[in-house]
Design a protein around this ligand. Sequence first.
Ligand SMILES: Cc1ncc(C[n+]2csc(CCOP(=O)(O)OP(=O)(O)O)c2C)c(N)n1
Ligand SMILES: [Mg+2]
Length: 662
Amino acid sequence: MSSEPARFSPMANAIRALSMDAVEAANSGHPGMPMGMADVATVLWSEYLNYDASAPDWADRDRFVLSAGHGSMLLYSLLHLSGFAHPTLDEIRNFRKLGSPCAGHPENFLLDGVEATTGPLGQGLAMAVGMAIAERHLNAQFGDELVDHRTWVIAGDGCLMEGVNHEAIGLAGHLKLGRMIVLWDDNRITIDGATDLSTSEDVRARYAATGWHVVDCNGHDADDVRRALDEALADPRPSLVACRTIIGMGAPNKQGTSATHGAALGEKEVAAARHTLGWSHAAFELPEDVLAQWRTAGARGQAAHAEWKQRLGASERGAEFTARMNGALPTSTAWPEYKASLAAEKPKMATRKSSEAALGVLTQEFPLLVGGSADLTGSNNTKTPSTTPLTATDYSGRYLYYGIREFGMGAAMNGMALHGGIIPYGGTFLIFSDYCRPAIRLSALQQVPVVYVMTHDSIGLGEDGPTHQPIEQVASLRAVPNLLMMRPADALECAECWEIAISQTDRPSVLALTRQNLPGLRDDASENLCAKGAYRLRAAAAARKVILIATGSEVELAMKVADALEGQGIGADVVSMPCAELFEEQPAEYKADVLPNVPPQEILRVSIEAGSTYGWERYTMTNGLNIGLDRFGASAPIEDLMEHFGFTAEAIVPQIIERLGK
Ligand SMILES: Cc1ncc(C[n+]2csc(CCOP(=O)(O)OP(=O)(O)O)c2C)c(N)n1
Ligand SMILES: [Mg+2]
């Protein structure tokens, strides 16, 4: 370090002490990062960040994301010290224990002031890009008087090294998100040791090359941090503030080493640190004068908040803004009319096309829908006439060209949803759900209603072949908790699934959509049957011996199979199951009506889905029949593939008859 600090600031020391004491009490956690970034965070939270600790949900507050989520004690310390109602000191004492909101990593649903769940490195910063997009978009729509805030991030070496960082900063640089500022904890240490074990990258040059402003500072010199932050504020580009720090700063024998990264310092080292820091207070004891300074910092934004509330009250768009931030959908007459027209006309079309038609109505009716695609707009059919491009020169647009950045798109959508005021949807091929899967998982964990539009949902996509043909994706996405994995069978089901997706308040949805055309199967739109997850689309005519359960494009096939079985006097129900998760939530009587609990000798259950059969035993039981594909696909026209892999009534019916023992 060029210059050592003259002395440790008591406000920063309060963070250091709380962090090392909490980790010590839990005998688990990460003291190094909070101790290293305590000085930077103190400057940020006491002089720059615009927030009101007494009103964590103030819509125009600055957003702060701790992307280096392992340093969760930094955030818990800041929230407590600045006067948020939670965490209390007791909750901090119980850091990492069952029931404490001070979880190992910050969870957005456990504490106000935790804007995003972080811990999977890189995603916090990438979500912050989405928050910064949301801020500019809502600013363009509602003006400076209602929306005018910044997005701040603290990120570590790991966040900058992860691949998603490239996608995220590329998007932010391109969109010129100048109100986003990343404070990089440039401590040159990760778990395995010094960063030069694994990287020689010129991070600054990479950021500069993607359109970012870069400035350095000594992260232990408050004046130098202020100089850098002022420079960042003044620059119109998004900023990377490289804060040179010492990990575990203040722990005399361990600081500067990876030993402080992720383990309790130990009783002796904590005592030595107290001595070094000049902090004579007992564990979890906060001196009144220091706490008072922090509480003043946490109240700094109260005046700005009060002025904002006045502007909101005086604005003729105040009520609209509040409704928007609450995610409220206005009532629509066009939407039920659209669904009724589908039932009447039963159009034959691909569900990616019917999704486009549904979006045409929805985006016109609901301004909070903001769409996009990871460079597959013409294939995902995600763009509508109402969604003009959101660009660096026009943030009021509602369509994002994410580029070939599936993970960056997913993370940005999470950020937009967390920010509020937007329901984001974004498209790619279903196969590339694998590329954004960590973001899908975080959508589900964070309980945000993001909509993933995933087209080309089976071998039915044809000629592009096995690299592009999803096999295990639907099954594996069904395994994600709190995620609606939906696969509609026709235009009406597609509309119903869209309705379900945008009505969610606390979970994301994946819409798996076909490339190929599908016939209309339903002629009654009066009830959203997809909301039940599964329903009897057609009842057996002859005595019921078989229940065919299918999803998406295979429902049409199931209808043909049922025709053939009925032709031989074998009664067959066809159950369409667009969303297994929703079916699981139905009352037991309903489930037992759709899938009666009788032995297979009486009623054979058969699943038909052009993908992995994994998991279908849940509905067909051990003696059922699972028609699917448990190998990779092939490159050929769809008709040839379906025949080759046995997705024809001719191939399926004999298997059923054999099982029936006829
Ligand atoms: C995606 C992901 N991979 C791996 C980890 C495990 N992990 C947690 S912290 C860390 C090292 C991070 O280094 P840095 O960001 O420099 O943090 P510091 O050691 O400086 O606190 C790793 C590998 C993780 N949390 N997320
Ligand atoms: Mg580091």
